[in-house]
Every structure is written in C-alpha cells, then in structure tokens.
Design a protein around this ligand. Structure first.
Ligand SMILES: *Cc1c(COP(=O)(O)O)cnc(C)c1O
Length: 396
C-alpha cells in the first residue's frame, strides 16, 4: 500500500466526514508546485482555494512568520501590538476605506459585516426588523449568519431555520434587486465576482445601479471580495476595475496567504455609526502572528509587482483558455477576470474532469455544477500556463 493510502485510511477513522477529499496527501510545496508523500509532483492551479497567492516557500514570507513566532504569537484584542498597526495601515491604504476589523476566516468577516449593517440601521430608526438583500447562487460561508445570505438551497435547507430578514435577488439583474428593496433594507450584499457560484463577474452597469440605489436610500453596499480581492483580478480589489467603492468590504483567502485571517473593512460613514465598544469581538482575530502574515503579503505583493504580473499575463491565460473552448465541443465558454477563470462544461461531469486532472498532476477545482475553476497562485508564469493546458487536455 502507498504511503498516501495508509495516511488516508487512518485519517478517515478520526475526521468528521464533511468533505469527500481527493485521495492525495500533500507533503510540501515549492513555488507553484506541490509534492505528495509518495513524491508525485502536481502543478497547482487551485492555490488552496484561491489562498496561496505568493506560491509555496516564499522565503521573505516564511522568515517574517518565523521571526514573529519567536517574538509574540498572541496577546488578545485587549492590547495593542505593532503588527496590528502595520497590517491595518496597509489594509486601509490599499482599500481606500476607513476602519478594519480582523477575523479568523471569511465567514466570520461576513458575520461582522452583517452585524455592522444591522447596527447602522438600528441606530438610525431604533427598529429591529431590517432586511439584507443577497444574491442567488452566491457564497458567503458556512456559519449560520453567512449561510443565511448564501443563495444556495442545497447548502441551506438542512439547517433551517436560518437568520431572518434576508431576501434574495438575481445577480446581474438590477430589476430583481430593485424589486426587493424596501424601507427596511439595511444592506445589499454581493460578490464582485461570484466564485463558488460559477465564476460570474458583475456587469459594470449592474454594479453601478446597485451602488446608486444604495446611495439614494442610505443602504450599505457590502462587497464580498474574499475570493476575488487581494490582486486575484489584477487590481487590489476587483471593484477597483468598476470604479465602485463598497461601504463595507470583506476580505480573507489570500489576505494571509495561508495563515487563517479575514477582515471586514468599513468606510467612514459605516465605521462612525455602527459597531461600538462591546458590540463585537474575537479572541484570536488579528493576532500578532496572523497580522504579520497580512503585512508580509501586502509588502511582497508590492515588492514582487504581483498586480502588474497578473495584468500582464491575463491576456495570455485567457487566450489559451479560449483556444481550449474552440477546440473542445464540451467547453461552452470561458468566464472570469484576471487569475480567476472558469470554463463552462456541457454534457460531461465536471467532477470527473477535476478528478482526472488531479490524477494527471494538475490541481483544479470546480465551481457551481458545471464550471472548471482556475485560481492559481498569482506568481504563475507563461510556461506554467502552457503546462496547465497540456495536463488539462490529458485529463479531457
Ligand atoms: C471562501 C469564501 C467565503 C468563506 O470564507 P471561509 O474562510 O471559508 O469562511 C466567503 N465568501 C466568499 C466569496 C468566498 O469565496
């Protein structure tokens, strides 16, 4: 029996079976390649689900974390520490917003954004019946609050009753959003580029119409950029390309490049009139270790010109994917922005393609029911893209 199989069998005895994991046991990574315990090499176009943007084994990132481990890992949020100053300054500088709260995950960032929006509306009229409009086919996380705004019946149904006061509208259909707006609406929540739902970028007109209705009615616009933010689309935030600012922004995934950390970030209006001392908290959230990672990520993105690299290479990635679409009948089209790309599959099970790709040494994931999702580390080269195409076609 392979080393992998032994570890898999034993692990399954102890771990709650909430994932049908791929039968791969990873050992270490280097750049954009991963190696399993049997020594097999994989080209990574998944980045741990859009997380490990800098690639594996980045020395400056690793050294920063090692240094912080020896200095101080945790203090609680009852005190100040230098990584909090450094990381928060960088988040605010690169988002153009006003105040940040650090969390441990994406779902928790969404929970905070929901609480901030409700509190904002509560302070305005003192009532407790405000509504949030979220999108069908969205994904915001698995905790009860985040699940309540996730427009996916399959994820929601077994866990009802969920949080109340949520209405769903269709993404990229402004009329359906408008129809859901009432005097009670406190927030409209959407992903600038829907990820899990199948890689759907927002239409520029849709996003500006949503922004406008939020301005007119003093509704907070919450943009979830947990997956599409942090350079993945070629700009710090995907919304930078739309010329739109949210009132509240959520970040996670690549924010710490593997160290678990998220954030919700508020503009001045939302920050001034929402969460106050005692309203919200977390024991771990934004501890010195996690925020050293955040700080290093921002520094290294600038030093290694990651955004420029994504913008420079996106046309090539898109061209190679378009070639695949014209060559293979079962590929209906390509969708996406920057290094967040999807291939829509028709008449073949996507899960099977993903499985075969992994067997061929290419890590990719699915999104929605029919989309191959490519969310590589942001440091891939042209040669990596060519190799991805070779391995993907072998999987086909
Ligand atoms: C992954 C994701 C989340 C949830 O993040 P977790 O860290 O898994 O809780 C929320 N929103 C979007 C858009 C995501 O892609």
């Amino acid at each position: 029996m392979s080393v992998s199989q032994k570890i898999i069998d034993e692990t399954e005895q102890y771990v709650l079976h909430t994932y049908n994991r791929f039968p791969v046991v990873f050992d270490h990574g280097e750049g954009v390649r991963l190696y399993d315990v049997d020594g097999k090499e994989y080209l990574d176009f998944g980045a741990g689900i859009a997380v490990f943007a800098l690639g594996y084994g980045n020395k400056a990132y690793n050294d920063a974390l090692k240094g912080q481990i020896d200095a101080l890992i945790h203090t609680s949020n009852l005190f100040y520490h230098r990584p909090l100053l450094d990381a928060s300054k960088k988040v605010i500088r690169h988002t153009g917003l006003s105040k940040v709260f650090f969390t441990n995950s994406g779902a928790e960032a969404i929970e905070g954004a929901i609480k901030a929006a409700r509190k904002y509306a509560y302070l305005k009229d003192g009532s407790n019946d405000h509504e949030i409009i979220a999108m069908n086919q969205s994904f915001h996380g698995r905790t009860i609050g985040a699940l309540s705004v996730t427009g996916n019946a399959h994820y929601q149904d077994p866990f009802k009753p969920l949080m109340g006061g949520v209405k769903f509208a269709d993404f990229n259909d402004f009329e359906s959003v408008k129809a859901a707006v009432t005097d009670k609406t406190c927030a409209i929540l959407l992903e600038t580029v829907q990820g899990e739902g199948g890689i759907h970028p927002a239409d520029p007109q849709f996003l500006s119409q949503v922004r406008r209705v939020c301005d007119e009615k003093d509704i907070l616009l919450i943009l979830d950029e947990i997956q599409c933010g942090m350079g993945r689309c070629g700009t710090w935030l995907a919304c930078d390309q739309y010329g739109i600012r949210p009132d509240i922004l959520t970040l996670a995934k690549a924010l710490g490049c593997g160290v678990p950390v998220g954030a919700f970030v508020l503009n001045e209006k939302a920050a001034e009139k929402s969460l106050m001392p005692g309203d919200h908290g977390t024991t771990y959230g934004g501890n010195p270790f996690a925020l050293t990672a955040v700080s290093a990520v921002f520094d290294l993105f600038e030093k290694e010109k990651i955004l420029e690299h994504v913008r420079e290479l996106t046309p090539y990635l898109e061209m190679r994917l378009e070639e695949l679409v014209s060559k293979h009948d079962f590929l209906a089209k390509r969708r996406g922005m920057g290094f967040m790309q999807g291939l829509v599959v028709e008449g073949r099970p996507v899960g099977e393609i993903v499985k075969r790709a992994i067997e061929e040494g290419l890590i990719i994931f699915s999104a929605g029911s029919d989309v191959i999702r490519l969310v590589p580390p942001l440091v891939i080269t042209k040669e990596d893209i060519d190799e991805m195409v070779v391995r993907l076609e072998r999987a086909f």
